[in-house]
Design a protein around this ligand. Sequence first.
Ligand code: TRH
Length: 366
Amino acid sequence: MRVDIFCRIVDNYGDIGVCWRLARQLHLERRWQVRLWVDDLAVVARLVPSVDPRRAAQHADGLEVVHWTRPAPPLMPGDVVIEAFACDPPAEFVQRMRDQVRPPVWINLEYLSAEDWVESCHALPSPQPGGLRKYFFFPGFTPATGGLLREGGLLAERDALQADSRERAAFLQRIGLPGPHPEERLVTLFCYPDAPATTLADVLAAGNEPTVLAIPPGVAPYLPDAVRGNLRVMRMPFLPQPDYDRLLWSADLNFVRGEDSFVRAQWAGRPLVWHIYPQAEAAHVDKLHAWLRRYPAPAAAHALQGAWNGETAAARFGDLLAQVLAPEVFQLWRRAARQWSDALGAQADLATKLADFCQKVQENSA
Ligand code: TRH
């Protein structure tokens, strides 16, 4: 199968983060020939250093990467067209889709949500001008949704790293985080600017357990790279995606955000705190609570997520954090996080479901 994936970078890294993983998995596990259209190659190069932002057409990691310019290059559509997050492929390309004797299967890959309505909208067709049909594909947390991105060998690789403390130490050393001594707790921090990260650092510094807080470039820039009380703040480089996954697996607690790092932290099987992407009319609040209704963590860990997202004052976040870090609560959370990951891991993954779905639609239209 030949697939065109369209990715428009709205902001940050989540749009390309999701598209790149999907593209790679379709190529590696389904042997699909993938052409990925992206409107901002500089952002891709951040995640995938082998991509050259100055080249309008290139191959990287087994994928064809095309700069989605306006006007777009006049390429012929393949068997499947996936537009990520309703990004609207160019009108001339859609016209070429219409002109095919057998038009491609057209998918709109939607944003992730744990809300119940997702199940009833997943896989619905939407008629388009000129006889085309576009199918809504909704990622989600239940078997009746499109599932979550998860590569075939991911959980086995995670288990191997988590079981091998020497491998973990060598990995952390390689990415420039020497230390975490075996007795040090490792916390990672990836959040939006309005998170109460100062309170996080204060509570960790005043806590009983020595802690390393690893922060990627640009996040909470006001936190100095220094030792304070029981806290060591360490700036890390922006990592390639596979290394970012390994970092999440290596940590005891991960603060993540948006969509893709949020999913990856669930695959780490370790406690996570989610900074949700803010949306108009506070739509994100319902999304946060829909996920919390599914996420099996101790009550204080639930309340902590709301506080991190600004539902209560930063001081309340600090109190809740101190509560969840108490060893007896943290152990419960850690066990629940692993069980949650195992339960999700027993479901089919998004790329598999999407590829199977496209093949079925294609067969039915033959
Ligand atoms: O960067 P994000 O906030 O991205 C998005 C976008 O804002 C998007 O418009 C919005 O719709 C979406 O969130 C919900 O967060 P996210 O989704 O976690 O994407 C970050 C990506 O960056 C993810 O693929 C992991 C990757 N990453 C690395 O590869 N290396 C790193 O060092 C870090 C910190 C992240």
